[in-house]
Design a protein around this ligand. Sequence first.
Ligand code: BTN
Length: 247
Amino acid sequence: MADTLAAAAVVPLLRGRFGSPYLYAPSCESTQRLLGGDLPEGAVAVCEEQTAGRGRLGRAWEAPAATSILCSVLLRPPAGRPAELSLLGGLAAAATVERALARPCAVKWPNDVLVEARKVAGVLGELRGETVVLGIGLNVNQRAAELPAAPRTPAASLFALDGVYRPRAPLLADLVGELEERYARWLGEGLGAFAAELEARDFLRGRRVTVDGLRGVADGIAADGRLVLLTESSRRLVASGDVTVEG
Ligand code: BTN
């Protein structure tokens, strides 16, 4: 069967309640726009190609058709906190990538998923009223030349890293399952339950960074998901921002 993320390929692999319903479009503007607020929690939207894929901070997210995972999940958390959910999405993507690639995978706060300092996935959390739409883009089979030129964090795909072409459906099912497990745990225990996982995957810890003009050394992720930054004069907690790693 051709590599596809159509329902017939993915739904039989799903192991929980997420992915019901599973909305598939060969092409769409953005999977973020496919999930109306009337859908139940766990609804998943997927496509092969986005014509106006969105990244954080108003950036675009681009991938050639049928080369990557482009998905959005509808969540109805008790009280918003989309920033924490973006971290969960990053951890879920990192676990999925690490299993597939058998190489360590890190999370660069707040939402980048890195292998060998190259970005393989990104997460976009959008708060809409009482729902959060969590979008995840994961680079799977793009050749190196098909990856976007990124000025700061270079991009990679699993294929560009190890030369292995992978069917995407099992990866997507794995990703959805990893997210569902973490979300259930987060509902019961909060972000504190992920402190060890966040610390183990923290790409920025100990690095000299600039966050929207504020310079310092990253010193981990606080219990509420904020970045801890040690500046020359104080310990700051950063809620959101664009991180540049120096050197
Ligand atoms: C980022 O790193 O800036 C976040 C990228 C998020 C991209 C995904 S792809 C699926 C979903 N639909 C979108 O338009 N964006 C997210």
